[in-house]
Design a protein around this ligand. Structure first.
Ligand code: NAP
Length: 484
């Protein structure tokens, strides 16, 4: 059986970035295992109408591969996916990828210092370094509603969009109204006869405002050195200096953002009762701050209605609301997000002393720098615990992790070290610090969100992206035990 230096699971933005950084260091004994048949991760999977990034594209791209060809300020799914494919081609990553390989098990062999990786098709792979680059948002969350098994119409989740179903002229319900739903609701509202949006809680929504690049802007981006970098810098600073302070509960930043949201809403919604229903009662930044130019405009359409009473039960033909109203729907679409916990829901990972990562994390996921966790030698996580952001581009975090992991592997090579495991006390101290800081941030001002696992914030980072980059700039072997 061939033995690899590094196996990376997943070929989204994280995996591609690490592949590039490893190859730059001359580490070519590298294999990607990808469950699908193309690279792209979330940008391959989420093909719902209107799918586009809510981080401006000038920032939502690798710092070392800035792209002056985005058609508009917030690129759509297909353009972002094309960018990823181009990256994988440019850096010759395809030759390292095994597609249709869904990893189900990873067992660490303490004597050989090797990870044994099994896939659902029965293949087995061996490697020294096992990297998870599977993302945080890939298992659709489908809530259980009373009698949902009775419903006979079309039913699907936004992340499993069924393009075979023609929604033209249909009566459609959407359950959920957050980042995904508010992108596809405006698109399908143009086609359907009647659309009902089931909103459990409203969100803070700022205007983007998206538009195509003007020709002179494109010219500047393509021809003037540093223009793209300056644009990127300005967008990055907006996240660090405006959005992050709001998440850190700064009253002025919150006041500014709140008024931007209300202005965005009141441009289209005049009815005070509807304004009331659409105004969140939770603090700015506790959940993801959303961006849309056309969500409120869509809600104001004659063929769109908002149900805030809630879903009482499904019927054979539709939904009975909690206010007693029964409506027929040809299709019901879940915009209900993702199961974010437990981490590694579909992979059994076993480290030292036969301990599974699920048992190791019985109180919720945690990791040193979001990358390493005690008892799991040479397991490196990308977009791991406490590395999600509510204020800036996740690609900044992924690049920091890719550089750190590549450095770690290179340093171990040079020092002749086979295996390391983060010191338990280092991980514990780090996590105490992160949790204490998170407790003072907006994320902990509500009882439940996808950022949390049983009340503890397991998904989000506690600081700025610049702090995270600084903390991961230099791999420090003294934080780890050398096992061999
Ligand atoms: P989400 O933020 O988890 O939102 C799920 C929606 O479904 C919420 O409105 C939620 O209501 C509702 N919901 C969940 N369970 C429900 C139930 N039992 N009954 C009624 N309503 C229910 O999911 P998402 O919109 O897919 O977004 C997830 C994350 O993906 C985002 O936070 C973001 O990080 C990422 N994303 C990014 C982009 C981008 O442009 N970069 C686009 C889409 C998604 P409550 O609010 O009351 O819980």
């Amino acid at each position: 059986m061939q033995q690899y230096k590094v196996i990376i699971v997943g070929t989204g933005f994280a995996g591609i970035c690490l592949g590039i950084k490893l190859k730059e260091l001359g580490i070519n004994n590298l294999l990607f295992l990808e469950k699908a048949e193309e690279v792209g991760g979330t940008w391959r999977e989420n093909i719902y109408p209107g799918a586009e990034c809510d981080v401006p594209s000038a920032l939502y791209s690798y710092s070392f591969e800035q792209n002056s060809n985005w058609s508009c300020k917030w690129a759509n799914q297909s353009e972002i996916h094309e960018y990823q494919i181009n990256m994988a081609k440019k850096y010759a990553l395809y030759e390292h990828i095994q597609f249709s390989q869904n990893v189900v098990k990873a067992i660490y062999d303490e004597e050989l210092h090797l990870w044994q990786i099994d896939t659902s098709t029965g293949e087995r792979y061996l490697c020294q370094h096992f990297v998870s680059a599977i993302g945080q948002l890939h298992y659709p969350s489908i809530p259980a509603f009373n009698n949902d098994h009775l419903y006979k119409g079309d039913l699907f989740h936004s992340a499993r969009w069924n393009s075979d179903i023609d929604l033209n002229g249909k009566e459609v319900a959407v359950i959920g109204n957050a980042a995904s739903a508010l992108q596809f609701i405006p698109e399908i509202a143009k086609q359907v006869k009647q659309l009902t949006v089931f909103q459990r809680s409203p969100n803070w929504i700022i205007a983007k405002p998206n538009r195509s690049y003007w020709p002179w802007e494109k010219w500047l981006l393509e021809n003037v050195p540093f223009f793209m970098s300056l644009k990127r810098l300005a967008l990055w600073l907006r996240g660090e200096w405006v959005l992050l302070p709001a998440i850190r509960k700064n009253p002025l930043a919150r006041w500014v953002l709140k008024n931007m949201c209300l202005w965005n809403m009141k441009k289209y919604i005049n009815d005070p009762e509807l304004v009331n229903k659409l105004t969140p009662d939770y603090p700015m930044g506790a959940k993801r701050i959303l961006f849309s130019d056309n969500y409120y405009e869509t809600l104001a359409r004659d063929n769109v209605s908002l149900d805030t009473s809630g879903v009482e039960s499904f019927t054979e033909e539709g939904i009975k609301s909690k206010d007693g109203e029964v409506n027929k729907f040809d299709a019901i679409i879940y915009g209900t997000g993702f199961k974010t916990n437990p981490f590694f829901a579909s992979i059994h990972i076993q480290g030292l002393d036969g301990l599974s990562i699920r048992d190791s994390w019985e109180d919720g996921a945690q990791a040193y720098l979001g990358v390493s966790t005690k008892g799991f030698p040479n397991l490196h996580m990308m977009y791991g615990p406490n590395t999600n952001l509510g204020h800036n581009s996740i690609i900044i975090m992924l690049e920091a992790q890719a550089r750190y992991i590549a450095q770690c592997i290179e340093n171990m090579e040079q020092a002749g070290i086979s295996a390391i495991s983060v010191k338990p006390e280092v991980e514990a101290t780090y996590n105490e610090e992160i949790q204490a800081r998170l407790n003072n941030m907006a994320f902990s001002e509500i009882d439940q969100s996808w950022y949390m696992d049983r009340g503890r914030i397991t998904q989000n980072w506690a600081g700025s992206t610049s702090e995270y980059m600084r903390r991961l700039r230099h791999f420090d072997l003294s934080a780890y035990q050398v096992l061999g």
